[in-house]
Design a protein around this ligand. Structure first.
Ligand code: PLP
Length: 231
């Protein structure tokens, strides 16, 4: 077994345990392998070991890998900060966009989706820790961003994404994950299509179990799968 296959097995076991603890079905949690800085041949080993969904942060880096891995059935999720001038390529290349965090970007993604004849599934990124250094809409603006984004038929708002403050102790992140779940519930009450608003993308290598216990439906795991990034 390659080390990636071994890591994947450990992570699947940990997902399973977190699900049993919280009475959830493991199939309700999508594992996204985060492959930023990971070379294509290693990503290939991950897919051969069983990864089906990958997350990338940079459009150009991702497109190079997509080309080298085009023979594999991979769903690509964009999880990095998206500049409006990259929206065209992002819509062209990715199956999901997790980081819709402002009205101007929503309009641009919608415009590109129309040009390409698509309806793009997106998540609204929320700056749940109100950190100046991070992108994401303030939680207080989630409702107005949802209202605007829901009126654009080139995008399908499917839920929320967050990158909470880093804490050494994963338990310390729990209140942020919980806040995200509550926010999703609040938004569902007001959403024009609540049945579409089901996803919570949250939890990374060191805190995904807590995220699952608080309702994550997509976890984004890099280092626990591929090892430390050499950057
Ligand atoms: C890099 C990254 C991850 C993965 O982080 P790890 O700690 O390596 O698991 C998840 N989400 C986002 C948005 C990232 O940029």
């Amino acid at each position: 077994m390659t080390s990636i296959a071994a890591n994947l097995k450990v992570i699947r076991d940990r997902i399973q345990s977190a699900c049993s603890r919280s009475g959830r079905d493991p199939s309700s949690v999508c594992l996204i392998g985060v492959t930023k800085t990971v070379p294509a041949h290693i990503v290939r080993a991950g897919v051969e070991a069983g990864l089906a969904v990958l997350g990338e942060n940079y459009v150009q880096e991702a497109r190079a890998k997509m080309e080298q891995l085009s023979d594999l059935p991979i769903a690509w999720h964009f999880i990095g900060h998206l500049q409006s001038n990259k929206a065209r390529l992002a819509v062209e290349s990715f199956d999901w966009i997790h980081t819709l965090d402002r009205v101007s970007l929503a309009r641009e993604v919608d415009r590109q989706a129309h040009r390409q004849g698509k309806r793009v599934p997106v998540l609204l990124e929320i700056n749940v820790g109100d950190e100046g250094s991070k992108s994401g809409a303030p939680a207080q603006e989630a409702r107005s961003l949802l209202d605007l984004a829901s009126s654009l038929d080139g995008i399908a708002v499917r839920g929320l994404m967050a990158l909470p403050p880093y804490e050494d102790e994963p338990e310390a992140v729990r209140p942020y994950f919980r806040r995200m779940r509550e926010l999703l519930e609040e938004l569902r009450q007001a959403a024009p299509r609540p049945e579409e608003l089901t996803e919570l993308s949250m939890g990374m290598s060191h805190d995904f179990e807590v995220a699952i216990e608080e309702g994550a439906t997509m976890i984004r795991v890099g280092t626990a799968l591929f090892g430390p990034r050499l950057t």
